[in-house]
Ligand binder design. Structure first.
Ligand SMILES: [Zn+2]
Length: 312
């Protein structure tokens, strides 16, 4: 049955990747890196389709049987795991089971392809299981990872993958893609999401179509501005409603760190380059710790570290 988490629309590959596939020079392990909403997983699934494509010219052609099955999420030789949608799948036991399929022969394609999306959600121990496989990959296998930041992968994995960075889109291309995703909004609405997301149409579409996401971006903006001016109460007020639910809390912190990194907002939020970098590190550290701990680590962690930074 088609699974929306495993499916993707057809998109063109960046020319460098297309040429690598066409010439048979594609590395067996790749890592697509970029901010959320830039289409990392869509690109990864299209790359999987390109690897298996039997069309005569551009890959993926989108029309041959392997392309259609891969893009529909039903190709038996393509495994797509999404660490964001299905965090359990990145626990050691299920991951080991998933990856054990790498030693089987492809059932109908020329290779077996594993798409492991949002690798930043995979803990070290599980990453080590993956490392064992990509160190000496079985024949005819291809591993396509995605992540928000390459430094959240083990250095030993990083040294064995070819990392493909996805850059945020220019304004024009952003507006074109966003209006295709969410038609019929005003230029102001589109423009505001461009400023907020820094050029990520997937996130822009979320802001325009999901009121909870729109509220989270606004509240995260308040929290970052408050942290920038050392206003603990302001930040607590913004973050507290999100603390009760683990997933929402993580999403809030991710949003806050994206905002802190967005140069277009620095002046408005009262950030300097140094403050932005420090706050980004601090937020990422809390995201990491909240992933490791069984309980929510609380606003106090947020301020413990941050106040120390202010005192320096
Ligand atoms: Zn094809």
């Amino acid at each position: 049955m088609a699974d929306p988490h495993r499916a993707a629309p057809l998109v063109p590959l960046p020319p460098v990747l297309a040429a690598m596939v066409r010439d048979g020079r594609l590395a067996h392990s790749l890592n697509i890196e970029g901010e959320p909403g830039l289409g990392r997983k869509t690109l990864a699934v299209n790359l999987a389709a390109a690897v298996l494509c039997t069309g005569p010219a551009d890959v993926p052609c989108g029309e041959c049987v392997p392309c259609r099955k891969t893009l529909a999420g039903v190709h038996p030789d393509v495994t797509v795991v999404d660490g964001l949608a299905d965090p359990e799948a990145y626990k050691m036991k299920p991951l080991r089971e998933t990856l054990s399929a790498a030693w089987l022969q492809p059932s109908e394609g020329k290779a077996k392809v594993f798409v492991l999306a949002d690798m930043q959600k995979m803990e070290r121990d599980a990453q080590n299981i993956l490392l064992k496989i990509i160190e000496e990959p079985p024949e005819n296998t291809c591993f396509i990872l995605t992540c928000d930041n390459r430094h959240r992968l083990l250095p030993t994995i990083l040294s064995r993958v070819v990392t493909v960075p996805l850059r945020p889109l220019g304004r024009e291309e952003y507006l074109r893609r966003l209006s295709a995703l969410v038609p019929g909004r005003s230029p102001d609405e589109y423009g505001e999401t461009w400023r907020l997301t820094g050029g990520s149409p997937g996130q822009g579409a979320q802001i325009l179509t999901d009121p909870a996401a729109a509220a989270r971006w606004q509240e995260a903006k308040k929290a970052v501005a408050a942290l920038a001016r050392g206003d603990a109460y302001g930040a607590i007020a913004a973050i507290t409603p999100y603390e009760k639910n683990r997933a929402e809390y993580a999403a809030f912190l991710e949003t806050a760190s994206a905002l802190a990194a967005n140069r277009a907002l620095w002046a408005e939020l009262g950030l300097t380059p140094a403050l932005s970098a420090a706050l980004g590190l601090h937020l990422r550290d809390i995201v990491r710790r909240s992933g490791e701990n069984a309980y929510l680590p609380l606003t106090s962690a947020l301020f413990g570290g941050w106040h120390g930074l202010h005192r320096e």
